[in-house]
Each structure stands twice: as structure tokens, then as C-alpha cells.
Design a protein around this ligand. Structure first.
Ligand code: SIN
Length: 278
């Protein structure tokens, strides 16, 4: 197995492994360690069915049911993310951390590419632990007392995207009865495995600080969200058919770029159960 970092901030490409096969304990341990170290791992040229995708995901945690989109019949933990040639909106097209509006947000997400556009459709990732580290000591101290209110109804929430035909119009995939979620989480969270602190807010879901109005909160939320996506904290992944990414939602943000009109993109996605941020 070879591990090649793709930027100075986060992300590494793993080659020399067939993840459709049962992994050895050594391979699993190496992948888990590098997942925590690089925060996003990428694999290429993999041939996975929905079942083998779930089996691979289980090396990192417990697959969960995504509330807004109905999963596949045989593997309900796997949802399809399809942008058709006619769709204008995409899924995940703004910086966010998955399901941060839930009491126990997803600890990680896996995305597997079935069909990719000829150009465009890359995904950006940002290292929110690095972004935290580079704040001044005084701002870090101020942020430690702040709690963010995260809502699935704020602005753009991926699963609620209305312009996506496969997600919003087809009843077999879109869970129209899903309730909305709102939860408070600390703005600085400590990673349960690495002990690293990171910023935990995003423009897609964090509406305001607890105890403050939206208007009062906005300038600082905007500042922090802009800070977290400074180019030197990010990496960018170019997808091709058979690529897979797994990212750590506890210490990253991601953004699916919507720059491929009239082309189709088809992904399979799994989220892994997480704990309550502290
Ligand atoms: C997501 O936000 O989970 C989707 C990312 C992508 O499609 O690139």
C-alpha cells in the first residue's frame, strides 16, 4: 500500500490496495491511522458493489441511515447522489460538515463514483483543525465559550435540495416525510480520537450562536467560515469512475463544486455514526 499526500493541508491518495476484498488487520489499522492523520483518504480504480461498499465502510465505523434520502432497497445505508444533465442544483454544493444539525452528527462520510462528468464536479475539502490552530490565542479563548445552533432548515441543506430531479421528485429516493433537525454544538470541538481541537461550524447549517441573535452572530460566523476555507487549509479531488473518498466530518468541511452543466454525475454515499461533539 502506498500513501501519497495530495496537499500540505489534508488528504492522501492510497494506492496498491483492492478495497473490494476483505482487508487484513494490518491494512485496516494502517488505513484507520492515515484516516486520522490526513482527514480525507482517496482511492482510485476500485470496483465496488453497494454490498462491498458497505463492507469497506465498516472498517471505519457503523453505517447509518441518512434522514433525507431513502437508501437502496438491499443496502439502506447507501444513498444515491445523482445529478442529471437537466439538473441545475447539486447535492452538497456549499461548504459544510455532514449532518451537523443532528445531536450526533456523522463522524465520517464515504463517497464512491459510479459515473463522473468529463470535466468538473470536483470536491473541495478544508482542514478545520489547521484553521483553528492558526487563530490568535485571544480569539481561541473567546470561541471556547460559544455554542452554535445548527439547523437542517438553514439556507442550503444538501438533502433538501429542491432542484435535483433524482432527489426531490422521485419518491423512491427522497424521504419527503423527514423531520427537520436543530441542535446546539460547541464552536470548538475536540476530536474524540486525536484530541485535536477544530472549528465546528459552517455556513450551510450554523444559523447563530446560542444566546445571541442571528444579526449579532453573523459577522463572526462569516469571518470564521471564510477563515476555514483559506486555500492553504484545503485540497481538491478530481473524481473518475471507481474513485472513493472517505472524510472525517469532525475535523473537515467539504464542498461539491457545481461546474458541470449538461453532464451527469452519479455517486454512492454512506455516512458513519458519530458521537455528540464536545
Ligand atoms: C456531499 O456533500 O456529501 C457530496 C459531496 C460530493 O458530491 O462531492
Amino acid at each position: 500500500m502506498e500513501i501519497s499526500p495530495i496537499s500540505g493541508a489534508l488528504g492522501a491518495e492510497i494506492s496498491g490496495i483492492d478495497i473490494s476484498k476483505k482487508l487484513t488487520n494490518t491494512e485496516t489499522q494502517l488505513l484507520q491511522e492515515n484516516f486520522l492523520k490526513f482527514k480525507v483518504l482517496f482511492f482510485r480504480n476500485q470496483n465496488l458493489s453497494a454490498q462491498t461498499f458497505v463492507s469497506f465502510a465498516k472498517h471505519f465505523g457503523d453505517p447509518t441511515i441518512y434522514p433525507f434520502i431513502k437508501g437502496l432497497d438491499d443496502t439502506p445505508e447507501v444513498i444515491e447522489i445523482i445529478k442529471t444533465k437537466d439538473d441545475k442544483k447539486n447535492f452538497g454544493g456549499s461548504w459544510h460538515s455532514d449532518t451537523s444539525y443532528m445531536e450526533c452528527p456523522a463522524m465520517a462520510t464515504l463517497l464512491y463514483a459510479k459515473e463522473t462528468p468529463k470535466f468538473g464536479g470536483d470536491t473541495l475539502f478544508a482542514n478545520t483543525a489547521l484553521a483553528y490552530e492558526q487563530l490568535s490565542q485571544s480569539l481561541k479563548e473567546l470561541l471556547h465559550d460559544l455554542v452554535g445552533v445548527n439547523s437542517s432548515e438553514k439556507g442550503y441543506a444538501g438533502g433538501r435540495a429542491t432542484g435535483m430531479s433524482k432527489l426531490s421528485k422521485m419518491n423512491q429516493t427522497y424521504n419527503a416525510n423527514a423531520t427537520s433537525y436543530e441542535t446546539e454544538h460547541p464552536i470548538i470541538r475536540t476530536h474524540p480520537e486525536t484530541g485535536q481541537k477544530s472549528l465546528y461550524l459552517n455556513l450551510s447549517h450554523t444559523s447563530h450562536f446560542s444566546g445571541m441573535t442571528v444579526k449579532e452572530s453573523k459577522p463572526l460566523i462569516n469571518y470564521l467560515c471564510k477563515h476555514m476555507i483559506r486555500p492553504e487549509f484545503t485540497c481538491r479531488f478530481r473524481w473518475s469512475e471507481g474513485s472513493l473518498a472517505i472524510w472525517d466530518n469532525r475535523a473537515t468541511l467539504h464542498h461539491a463544486i457545481n461546474d458541470y452543466p449538461n453532464q451527469r454525475r452519479h455517486m454512492l454515499r454512506i455516512t458513519l455514526a458519530g458521537d455528540r461533539p464536545h
